[in-house]
Design a protein. Structure first.
Length: 136
């Protein structure tokens, strides 16, 4: 089995909705890693990218709504991060549709999707959650 992502304290924002959605994203990342470790990654990657694209659209909308409600001061930049990520996922999805799920695309998914999500949660979403806590 591949090294799995663990939803631990470093990923907790303290906001129940956001943390629940992040747990779901981690679960999906780990399902892809499991598929990769058993030689089924290429078959699973297309569905994973579609699933993450759909789920993050909902998650980002929920998160952005919370930011607007709490008047999060860095909302514009945070939304920009989300929009850039959505474009990245769409681009990878397009590459998969055109080339099929190659080994290099699997690496790209792991870096550009999984890596981005983990870093974003740890660096940006924790700031949003802290702001929401302070302003409720």
């Amino acid at each position: 089995m591949a090294t799995a992502y663990v939803f631990d304290k470093s990923l907790e924002t303290g906001n129940q909705l956001i943390d629940t959605q992040h747990r779901e994203l981690i679960k999906r990342l780990n399902a892809l890693l499991d598929a990769c470790s058993t030689g089924k990654g290429r078959a699973a990657i297309e569905g994973f990218v579609k699933s993450v694209s759909e789920y993050t659209a909902k998650h980002f909308a929920d998160e952005e709504k919370l930011q607007q409600q709490s008047k999060y001061p860095d909302y514009i930049n945070h939304k920009r991060y989300h929009d850039t990520f959505k474009k990245t996922v769409a681009s990878i999805g397009k590459e998969i549709a055109e080339q099929g799920p190659t080994i290099s695309l699997t690496g790209k998914v792991n870096h550009d999707i999984a890596g981005w999500l983990i870093t974003h949660i740890k660096t940006e979403d924790v700031k949003v959650a802290a702001h929401i806590r302070e302003n409720n």
